[in-house]
Design a protein around this ligand. Structure first.
Ligand SMILES: [Zn+2]
Length: 592
């Protein structure tokens, strides 16, 4: 199956020599296709490889017998293998359970190839130029969409204003999204389409930035950004038609399989798109599930269980996503002395860039000083509001997924789950980026699973270090959470983070920032812990099969790598779901 590659994803390399893992696997792998044509292979033996076996994901030389869609047996390589209808020899390869990504924005990321990628833009001037070029190139597009803008690395610090976007693309609807998908910039036509063009401008409070005369500047945050994104994607999908939109989603599902993801869980699908996701699940070989939320947008307050679609959400049960705090507007609490670090960090960044942008942005952040501590006032609910909302969904049998970046938000989420009496194992807290030991203990007591993204470290690690919050709190504190007894799921938050599970597993171990320095290396996981977090614990957190890892009776969802998954050159070469081959790397050793 050919694999569509987005320009911003690195291709899986299959440039292995003859006799290597992928070459031999290549010779054997034509046979499964016979079975797809109706032959009678039901028992398939995988031999010669290292298998990351069982619920502990401990690597060992072993053979693996798959019968129909399940693992039938797994034994040490020195044990004689049983008879099988087909033998797949994989010398030098590693076999891992399929990756379960519990936080993968498939339905949003699918549209990224249909917009402009801003990741390489280095300044406001570059952004304005790119918008101008795109406007000329796509005169019919209902929206000009730009993704992954790292404005924190720009000397200007800020996004373009509506007026600047209007100059670059007169009369057009433009949405520029930051890398973290919590802040954006709209042109005047974009603001008008959302009813935000005048002073009345809805009920978004501080989520819409205004000038001194009260007019929106074009900058939108959190809920207002989510509404803009929802509208822009809906208009873009409508222009493509039902079939076109289905093809875009199918291509994204295939892209996931190409990285060894066998189950993708989308943390937000608008109730309006529920049917389209059910249709995708019916036709794709990727296992797929999702959470619902407000029809208005990802970051808006969900209205309660009455509007949540009935029935299973793909391969998992019903789930809703809530945001306890924001993205850049994270709610955290630090000791008072940290106030010096917050501003010294921004000043150092400004000096490094020889620009005032970072300092100006830091001064926009609200900080409340109290005796003994400081905090950022960015909680999106009161304790009572959050507890009541959670309890309402739980009573209706809906699982909870709560975004909480800062320790203040994490503590609130954990408290609310406990107060509402949510049973252990039915809630997930996402991100937990900035944490302290007492908050980790609260999470453990709540019974929630933590979903964290070490893949952010190679992308945002320097930016986080520049705030100097990591001098007072753990950042991506995986070890802290594990020691507190919190089940840990590793996820990508793609497209905010990289999709590639191997990249994210390695980041959980090496924790290297873009500069090459490590971020709190004492928070690193071991290799087996990382694999477990991306497979076994992730499956358990969704209540789906796979929580036993590669063991008899478990689903035969496998990833075959052409070497040790923690070596940088290793790639996924085959992906299997329910005992069936669903993706293999293009075989570059054989010519066309
Ligand atoms: Zn996310």
């Amino acid at each position: 199956m050919p694999r569509a590659l987005a320009p911003y994803e690195r291709p899986a390399s299959a440039a292995a020599g003859p006799g290597s893992c992928s070459a031999i696997a290549g010779a054997a792998r034509r046979r499964p296709e016979q079975q797809l044509r109706g032959a009678t292979v039901t028992r398939r033996l995988f031999t010669g490889s290292t298998v990351w076996a069982g619920a502990t994901c401990a690597p060992r030389p072993a053979w693996l017998l798959v019968e129909d869609d399940r693992v039938a047996a797994l034994e040490e390589a020195k044990q004689p293998p049983p008879p099988a209808d087909d033998v797949v020899e994989l010398p030098g390869c590693h076999v891992l359970p399929g990756f379960v990504d519990v936080h993968l924005h498939l339905s949003q990321a699918a549209w990224f190839p249909h917009g402009g990628d801003g990741l390489e833009w280095r300044s406001l001037a570059e952004a304005r130029h790119a918008v101008r070029v795109a406007a000329d190139a796509a005169p019919q597009a209902p929206w000009l969409l730009f993704w992954r803008v790292p404005r924190f690395a720009w000397p200007d610090g800020r996004l373009p204003t509506a007026r600047e976007l209007d100059e670059a693309a007169p009369g057009r609807r433009v949405l520029v999204s930051t890398l973290d998908m919590h802040r954006g910039a709209l042109s005047s036509a974009g603001l008008a389409a959302l009813g935000l063009a005048d002073h009345r401008a809805g009920d978004f409070g501080e989520d819409v930035t205004r000038d001194r005369r009260g007019r929106p500047t074009g900058e939108v945050w959190e809920a207002a950004y989510g509404v803009a994104l929802q509208r822009a994607l809906a208009d873009t999908q409508a222009q493509r038609g039902e079939q076109g939109a289905a093809a875009v989603l199918a291509a994204e599902a295939d892209r996931c399989l190409g990285y060894g993801v066998t189950h993708a869980h989308d943390p937000y699908v608008s109730p309006d798109l529920h049917g389209r996701m059910l249709a995708l699940r019916a036709t794709s070989r990727l296992r797929l599930s999702w959470a619902t939320g407000s029809p208005a947008g990802m970051l808006s307050r969900p209205p309660g269980p009455a509007t949540a679609p009935d029935g299973a959400y793909g391969d998992a049960g019903r789930e809703v996503k809530l945001f306890a705090d924001g993205g850049e507007r994270a709610a955290f609490r630090l000791p008072s002395r940290a106030v010096v670090d917050l501003f010294a960090g921004a000043a150092a960044e400004a000096w490094r860039m020889r620009a005032t942008g970072p300092l100006r942005e830091a001064l926009r952040r609200k900080v409340i000083l109290r005796p003994g501590h400081l905090h950022t006032p960015y909680l999106r609910y009161t304790d009572t509001e959050l507890t009541d909302l959670i309890a309402g969904y739980a009573d209706a049998g809906v699982r909870l997924r709560i975004h909480a970046l800062g320790n203040l938000a994490v503590a609130q989420a954990a408290r609310a789950l406990r107060t509402a009496g949510i049973p252990p194992g039915t809630a997930t807290i996402d991100h937990l980026l900035l944490l302290d030991p007492a908050t980790a203990d609260l999470v453990a007591a709540s019974g929630a699973t933590a979903s964290y993204q070490p893949g952010f470290i190679p992308r945002y690690g320097d930016m986080i270090s520049a705030t100097r919050t990591d001098r007072h709190l753990t950042a991506f504190g995986a070890r802290l959470l594990q020691q507190a007894g919190v089940p840990l799921a590793l996820s990508s938050d793609y497209p905010c983070g990289a999709l590639d599970p191997l990249h994210n597993l390695r980041a959980a171990i090496h924790r290297r920032r873009p500069s090459g320095r490590q971020l709190q290396p004492e928070q690193a996981l071991t290799q087996s812990e990382a694999v477990r977090a991306h497979t076994v614990t992730a499956a358990a957190s969704l209540g789906v099969p796979g929580a036993g890892g590669l063991a008899p009776g478990q689903p035969a969802d496998l990833v075959i790598c052409d070497g040790d998954p923690f070596q940088p050159q290793t790639r996924v070469t085959q992906t299997w779901v329910a005992g069936q081959p669903v993706w293999r790397a293009p075989d570059l050793t054989r010519g066309p």
